[in-house]
Design a protein around this ligand. Structure first.
Ligand SMILES: C[S@@+](CC[C@H](N)C(=O)[O-])C[C@H]1O[C@@H](n2cnc3c(N)ncnc32)[C@H](O)[C@@H]1O
Length: 254
């Protein structure tokens, strides 16, 4: 596809994709949240179940009470700043970032229990100390987090919800943009990756209408190519196999 056709400033009317989101039968909706996907997949192996039972409680954020004034206290060692990845899936990107930046604290949010089991296995095998986890809806986590507490939020290959009547299920909405603006520090970043041109255009349009964010791209390669050090995920690899190029958008909190 030509770069002009892929220009995220040119929305396509269908928000089109050839990837299936969870079917309606699998969808769990929540009155107070924005999670519309599967929470469970294939049965966990016994070690994975053991990690969910014993390791996850040690790493999980408890958002039932008030948030601490400083999220750095969640980590055993001092951290310079804190980043969040929403919907980390199998955890490829989150694990790579946590290992590359040991002085940064990472929070990973993923309601899909099989994804959680996968990242727990990597945390255990690689002895990663700077990841904390939340096995639920990022909307609830964002509402709980203290204002100005995060340096960066990553949303990588979010569920595209291609049918027009499902667009309201997309994670990026005016309300989630406002929620991210609240918890990001000034100059903090929201980074978005999608191989679905319609969702990239949707995101760019909403963010450009937000007074809280500025799109940082200066040239086409800034959105056509991954930022330096970007680690591709399972969904990114699938997109490449199926011939879809991804769009990489970085927005700075004003
Ligand atoms: C298409 S998958 C992509 C996973 C991973 N980022 C990747 O690139 O391989 C989207 C993920 O977002 C998660 N997700 C969907 N809605 C979410 C929400 N409201 N909060 C947190 N995660 C969510 C899903 O469970 C799913 O694992």
């Amino acid at each position: 596809m030509s770069s002009a056709a892929r220009d995220p400033r040119t929305p396509d009317s269908k928000g089109g994709t050839n990837r299936d989101p969870p079917s309606d039968d699998d969808v769990v909706t929540h009155a107070h949240g924005s999670f519309f996907g599967r929470r469970k997949g294939h049965r966990l192996r016994s070690h994975q179940a053991d990690l969910i039972e014993h390791l996850l409680p040690r790493l999980t954020l408890d958002i039932t009470g008030p948030s601490p004034s400083d999220l750095a206290g969640l980590f055993d060692r001092p951290v310079e700043s804190i980043r969040l990845e929403i919907g980390f899936g199998g955890g490829e990107h989150l694990v790579a970032e946590a290992r590359a930046f040991p002085n940064i604290g990472f929070i990973g949010c993923e309601p899909y229990v099989n994804g959680m089991a996968k990242i727990l296995a990597q945390i255990e095998a690689l002895d990663i100390g700077n990841i904390r986890l939340f096995a639920g809806d990022a909307t609830e986590l964002l509402a709980w987090a203290p204002p100005g507490s995060l340096a960066r939020i990553d949303l990588i290959h979010p569920d595209p919800w291609p049918k027009r009547r499902h667009w309201k299920r997309r994670f990026v909405q005016d309300a989630s943009i406002a929620a991210m603006a609240r918890v990001l520090k000034p100059d903090g970043e929201f980074r978005f990756v999608s191989d679905i041109d319609g969702y990239a255009a949707w995101t760019l349009d909403l963010l450009q209408h937000s007074a809280d964010f500025v799109w940082t791209a200066e040239r086409a390669d800034d959105w056509r190519r991954p930022w330096p050090g970007f680690t591709h995920t399972r969904y990114g690899a699938k997109a490449v196999r199926e011939g879809r190029a991804a769009t990489y958008l970085i927005f700075r909190r004003r």
